[in-house]
Design a protein around this ligand. Structure first.
Ligand code: F6P
Length: 324
């Protein structure tokens, strides 16, 4: 392994910068040359490569977003696009690639590797959604749940002061991890997630019982992928069945993706970045490096994408008990 490339792809997540820094510093430590590819697969196709030295990644450890930029590339879905990407990687003499991203990024890498097998790929889980199998946490998740928790705390001040019922929608695509943890941490009365079927009548009953106990201020956290719809839709359904609440809706949106990474995300990103380079150096190919039970784990890219992280129903029980 003489030269590697690193890129970030898909939705940016806080911690991608510390991960890039770790990849660059680890590569240089092991006397491997390193280039950055700007804007993910798009830049790979458009030949947007830049050499990276130790100084290029100074003072990015605490910055949100990604210094390399990110994109969701349609062209990489085509055979021609991937052929162009391969041509550029070869022209830059790249032997191995570190791909920091989520399931879309790894799916792209998997398809590419089926067509071209002389360039090694290692994935690093970078997404706020925490929806990849084979790692306890993805890079950016800890920062995102803390951001969501702080936002819900603030909304709760108004909910309590005005006796209001708030539906707060959080991100996560089709996974409920951000909703579950931020909701528990901020004392939500109910948390609606895609992994479990939402029953509007049950929710209405719960809110009625709360009203009987004179609890008119309530927070319901809704994961954006919930089967009953987004926060606006669910609020509407509840309102039509129970008219006693002053109902408000807040969508947290992209503010959950930004900001300085937490200590947990910086350390995870640093550790996985180094592990990715060492995996390439040791001839490993086609796996995602993760952290499972505090140890570094290696899982085939295909499994990381397909199996998803299992949502445990003990969270649900916890919410029920804590909201009693
Ligand atoms: O995968 C990260 C994520 O923020 C999801 O939680 C969300 O559904 C999606 O990306 C939003 O994507 P975009 O920024 O392209 O709208």
């Amino acid at each position: 392994m003489k030269k590697i490339a690193v890129f970030t792809s898909g939705g940016d997540s806080p911690g991608m910068n510390p991960c890039i820094r770790a990849v660059v510093r680890a590569a240089l430590y092991h006397e491997i040359e390193v280039v950055g590819i700007r804007r993910g697969y798009k830049g790979m196709i458009e030949n947007d490569f830049e050499p990276l030295d130790s100084k290029a990644v100074s003072y990015i450890l605490n910055r949100g977003g990604t210094m390399l930029g990110s994109a969701r590339s349609q062209a990489f879905h085509t055979k021609e696009g991937r052929a162009e990407a391969y041509k550029n990687l070869k022209a830059h003499n790249v032997d191995g690639v570190v791909a920091i991203g989520g399931d879309g990024t790894f799916t792209g890498a998997k398809v590419f590797m089926e067509e071209y097998n002389d360039i090694h790929f290692i994935g690093v889980p970078g997404t706020i959604d925490n929806d990849l199998y084979g790692t306890d946490f993805t890079i950016g998740y800890d920062t995102a749940v803390n951001t969501a928790m702080e936002a819900i705390d603030k909304i709760k001040d108004t909910a309590v002061s005005h006796d209001r019922l708030f539906f707060v929608e959080v991100m996560g695509r089709d996974a409920g991890f951000i909703a579950a943890l931020s909701g528990i941490a901020a004392g939500a009365k109910a948390i609606l997630i895609p992994e479990t079927k939402t029953d509007i009548n049950e929710l209405v009953d719960l809110l009625r019982k709360n009203a009987e106990k004179k609890k008119l201020s309530n927070i319901v956290v809704v994961a954006e992928g919930d089967d009953e719809g987004g926060a606006f839709e669910i609020a509407q359904k509840v309102k039509s069945k129970i008219g006693i609440f002053d109902v408000k809706v807040t969508i947290l949106g992209h503010l959950q993706r930004g900001g300085s990474p937490t200590c947990m995300d910086r350390v995870l990103a640093s550790r996985l970045g180094v592990a990715a380079v060492e995996a390439l150096k040791n001839g490993v190919n086609g796996v995602m490096v993760g952290q499972l039970h505090r140890d570094i784990s290696y899982i085939p890219l295909e499994q990381a994408i397909k199996h998803n992280q299992k949502y445990s129903d003990h969270w649900e029980k916890l919410v029920e008990i804590l909201a009693f």
